[in-house]
Design a protein around this ligand. Structure first.
Ligand SMILES: C[S@@+](CC[C@H](N)C(=O)[O-])C[C@H]1O[C@@H](n2cnc3c(N)ncnc32)[C@H](O)[C@@H]1O
Length: 614
């Protein structure tokens, strides 16, 4: 089919539907019995082609027509007061959408069908005029309560990927900051601490002769020689092998550090034991004797061991403050941190202490086997935190995390929240259709071959990483397996209940996650995200299902933004960073409509706050 012709036809069909319905008010008495009749009109265009089996069907129009707005005064008269009240509120609501001009195409039918007659006394007489355009009239007093709690998207372009010079980040991140960020990155990384995987890794790592299907790794004297040809099969084997070796070396780094920290404890215990046995000898002498014994066993010089011990002592101090979890998941930063000891002051240690439980939440939920590695140093402990990392609410002051559910039970005894990765379509509302579907002209040709072109970068999109070339949001679409991002739900200290905190920095333009929930419609007086395409208006409700984006608070000077992005012809709402520092609260601007008439005041604390007063 010629895409140009289809577009023209689509236009005609849509106009024909509109004109037909706009031709006059509906005088169907049967409508009177319904509270809020909505007619859904869908049009499909089929090109049967010349040969059998080449039929192509294409949806060209999808409209929801609010029949309430097209009813004549006669049919309205016979309706109940409740229905009339509903009718009033619907008309007001739709006007709000129209005047805000948020929807490119609001549900048709009502806005121009019911207009205020300015000439009549009191201005309240209604007249049916038909017509399906979005009203520009502002004559109605808006009923703010009708559209409050509805978040709007920021339709400006995505934040550009450049690093902003932060007001606070005048200095480079301190070594402690680097250490902490390194730990969070490991926790949210691919470290595999499953004992079976570890033993497999350790079998392959020291195995000098490993026969990958076509590649071969052999020992040549004291060198490793890798003979392999770069065919895709061999490359794939090499990828697996390289990943295993890298994993093994990361795991062995974790083991090395926990063993060295534990050895330091053994050393001190040994000194204490000797002092207890022969108290007449001075502690310094005992210490020296134990030290010399160790030098001999290690085969190292005094200087060598002394230097190493200084660093290992640092490991132990980090462990005493932040727990074993900090050592198991530590990045390379710990060596520098312990070697130079520039930040080993009480404040830093307190900061690490306050992180301990939070790190454990991340490690227990993302790496349920991590504690097993501690058996190497004779420590046994069970996981404390089960489920999803975002099933827990953490505290900045180091208090024990609490279950997410427990933080809402007071307001809602039946509160529960299912963590989901992809939005769920509310079938009662949409049947088996996804209202987020977008017909992108540039995909008219490639779609027939199963392809999709990104409207932003013009490269091909695919869930298969080998085919995908769109790199707009690689963390979310097309490239990597999605894992929970390094963020935690935490208890805010300024009355906003829970909020979302960034554990690592998110550079400007980076996607943090997708706003997912139940894709529905018609939710009122609850927090929802309004979304719209050219053919449908929908809402995403996160009341019972969703992800961490459900817990983002508003700020009048937000550090992230919710924007549209079309992935595989389906509109997605993506949380994009505007430049976020590690340890700060992630915020978005809910927009005016959310706060309009809402019985709450904004606690963002910014000098530019727009909703400080009711
Ligand atoms: C989407 S929820 C965000 C998570 C919420 N704080 C919670 O604990 O579930 C939106 C609600 O959070 C609160 N909130 C978010 N931002 C706020 C702000 N800047 N000032 C006051 N309350 C805020 C309001 O109660 C608002 O209705």
């Amino acid at each position: 089919m010629d895409p140009g012709k289809i577009d023209a036809l689509e236009e005609c069909i849509a106009r024909a539907i509109q004109e037909h319905l706009a031709a006059g008010t509906l005088d169907w008495p049967q409508l009177a019995g319904l509270d809020h009749p909505v007619l859904r009109v869908e049009a499909f265009l089929e090109d049967a082609g010349h040969s059998a089996g080449s039929t192509q069907t294409k949806k060209v129009a999808s409209r929801s027509v609010d029949l309430a707005g097209l009813m004549t005064p006669t049919s309205l008269q016979s309706r109940s007061p409740v229905a009339l009240a509903e009718h009033e509120s619907v008309s007001t609501r739709q006007r709000v959408l129209a005047t805000d001009n948020v929807l490119e195409e609001a549900p048709v039918g009502l806005d121009d069908a019911v207009v205020q007659d300015q000439d009549s006394p009191g201005g309240s007489r209604r007249k049916g005029t038909g017509g399906l355009r979005i009203s520009q009239s502002q004559a109605y007093q808006e009923d703010m309560s009708e559209h409050q709690r509805r978040m709007a998207l920021d339709n400006r372009t995505f934040p550009k990927r450049r690093k902003i010079v932060s007001e606070k980040l005048v200095f480079q991140p301190s070594t402690l900051d680097k250490l902490i960020i390194g730990i969070w990155e490991q926790i949210h990384g691919t470290l595999n601490l499953d004992p079976r995987a570890i033993s497999e890794q350790f079998q392959i790592a020291p195995a000098v002769e490993t026969d990958a299907a076509e590649g071969r790794i052999e020992s040549n004297g004291d060198q490793l020689v890798i003979t392999t040809s770069m065919t895709s099969n061999t490359f794939s084997n090499m990828n697996v092998f390289c990943r295993k070796v890298t994993q093994a070396s990361r795991v062995s780094r974790s083991i090395e550090i926990i063993v060295q920290a534990r050895w330091t404890e053994f050393f001190d215990e040994q000194v204490q034991l000797r002092i207890a046995e022969t108290p007449q000898v001075s502690p310094t002498k005992h210490r020296k004797a134990v030290f010399m014994e160790a030098c001999q066993d290690f085969g190292w010089s005094e200087k060598e061991l002394r230097n190493k011990m200084a660093i290992w002592k640092g490991y132990k101090e980090v462990k005493d403050a932040a727990g074993w979890v900090a050592l198991v998941f530590t990045g390379m930063g710990i060596y520098r941190f312990c070697k130079y000891r520039v930040e080993f002051e009480p404040d830093a240690m307190r900061r690490l202490q306050n992180l301990r439980k939070r790190l454990e939440v991340g490690a227990d939920t993302l790496h349920p086997n991590w504690r097993k590695i501690l058996s190497i140093v004779g420590v046994s402990c069970r996981n404390e935190y089960k489920g999803h990392p975002h099933d827990w609410v953490v505290f900045e002051d180091g208090r024990d995390p609490v279950s997410l559910q427990s933080t809402y039970l007071e307001q809602d005894a039946y509160f529960n929240f299912e963590q989901i990765e992809e939005s769920i379509i509310d079938e009662r509302v949409w049947g088996c259709e996804d209202p987020r579907w977008i017909m992108q002209p540039q995909n008219a040709v490639v779609r027939a071959e199963g392809g999709y072109i990104c409207a932003v970068c013009s490269f091909q999109q695919s869930d298969d990483p080998r085919v995908n070339a769109c790199n707009c949001f690689p963390r979310l679409f097309g490239c990597l397996k999605r894992t929970p991002p390094p963020v935690q739900i935490y208890r805010t200290h300024n009355g906003k209940n829970n909020g979302l905190q960034a554990l690592v920095p998110f550079e400007r333009g980076a996607a943090i996650g997708e706003f997912v929930g139940l894709v529905t419609k018609g939710v009122r007086h609850l927090d929802v995200m309004d979304g719209s395409t050219a053919t449908a208006n929908y809402q995403i409700w996160q009341g019972r299902q969703g992800n961490f984006t459900r817990f983002i608070n508003h700020s009048c000077k937000a550090n992230s933004q919710l924007s549209h992005f079309t992935w595989l012809d389906t509109q997605r709402i993506v949380l994009v960073s505007k430049g976020i520092e590690a340890g700060t609260e992630i915020t978005v601007d809910y927009g005016d409509r959310y706060w309009a008439g809402l019985d709450k005041i904004c606690l963002c604390g910014e000098s530019c706050c727009r909703y400080r007063r009711r």
